[in-house]
Ligand binder design. Structure first.
Ligand code: SAH
Length: 261
């Protein structure tokens, strides 16, 4: 593990307990690894993330992670579920932050396991900022984002040279604070790329309406992919003007991604 970290230029890994010497300093200073679990299939986590998970003292995990990874851990590793499915906030963010702080304060090596890539709509910046403020050592380990996995399931490229020279990753949720909401009407004027909408199923009707108002062609090809890389994925394809009805017929619910173009 140490070697792997040296390769990515990280030198903050504490001495492993295997070596039998946990100093007082290490005892007080735990470390948090913010690890991307990949999009669903337990094999789609990185080797580094997997190794960290299996040598950690505690795991703090969300929804939309491959639960097999947690179930298979040795019993000595403590598990904390802090998921928050849309509408059901099982743990507010500040409680998760407090938990991470507590565990690190006990000198534990903690894996904060997050779905897909933690850097894509994973709130990792907020958690990392909090850890930084508290002076808790932490490191982010990237993962495969669900858009990559869904595209692989459906067999299309996000950047097919013949018709997509850019990719946009957008959230379907209206931003409540900080950043501005996605200007869907302006996005409707764009052409020649792929737009991927995360967390967009509930608000698909509103988004589609704005895209059409912005001038996007009603014939624009859309694919909605639910449960990518889980073995039970479902893909619905239709032109922009028909996609809402088709998804309602097929009973598409979260987690799903909307691919436009
Ligand atoms: N960090 C995650 C995204 C978290 S936001 C990533 O990189 O994938 C949560 C949203 O991601 C869901 O609402 C859904 O739009 C999408 N998502 C996550 N896992 C998915 C899956 N297996 N299949 C389809 N969409 C998924």
């Amino acid at each position: 593990l140490k070697m792997q970290f040296m390769r990515i230029g990280w030198s903050g890994l504490k001495e492993t307990k295997k070596e039998g010497k946990v100093t007082d300093k290490q005892q007080k200073n735990g470390i948090i690894y913010l690890v991307g679990s990949g999009p669903g299939h337990p094999g789609l986590i990185t080797k580094l993330g997997y190794d960290l998970l299996n040598t950690s003292d505690a795991v703090v995990y969300d929804d939309l992670i491959p639960i097999e990874l947690v179930v298979a851990l040795p019993e000595s590793i403590k598990r904390y579920y802090v998921g928050k499915r849309a509408g059901h906030h099982s743990k507010p963010q500040n409680e998760t932050n407090d938990l991470l702080c507590d565990l690190a304060g006990k000198g534990l090596t903690v894996v904060r396991l997050k779905g897909g890539d933690p850097m894509v709509f994973g709130r990792v910046a907020e958690e990392a900022a909090y850890l930084k403020e508290k002076g808790i050592p932490h490191q982010i380990i990237p993962g495969i984002t669900s858009a990559s996995a869904a595209a692989a399931d459906a067999g299309f490229s996000l950047t097919d040279r013949r018709n997509a020279s850019w990719v946009m990753l957008a959230t379907g949720r209206e931003a409540k604070s900080a950043s501005a909401p996605v200007p869907w009407e302006d996005v409707g004027k764009l052409d020649g790329g792929t737009i991927v909408v995360y967390m967009g199923v509930k608000d698909m009707e509103r988004i589609v309406k704005s895209l059409l108002e912005g001038g996007m062609s009603p014939d624009k090809p859309i694919a909605v992919i639910q449960n990518a890389s889980t073995g039970i994925h479902q893909t619905v394809r239709a032109p922009l003007s028909k996609i809402v009805a088709r998804c309602q017929d097929a009973n598409v619910v979260a987690p799903a991604l909307i691919f436009i173009g």
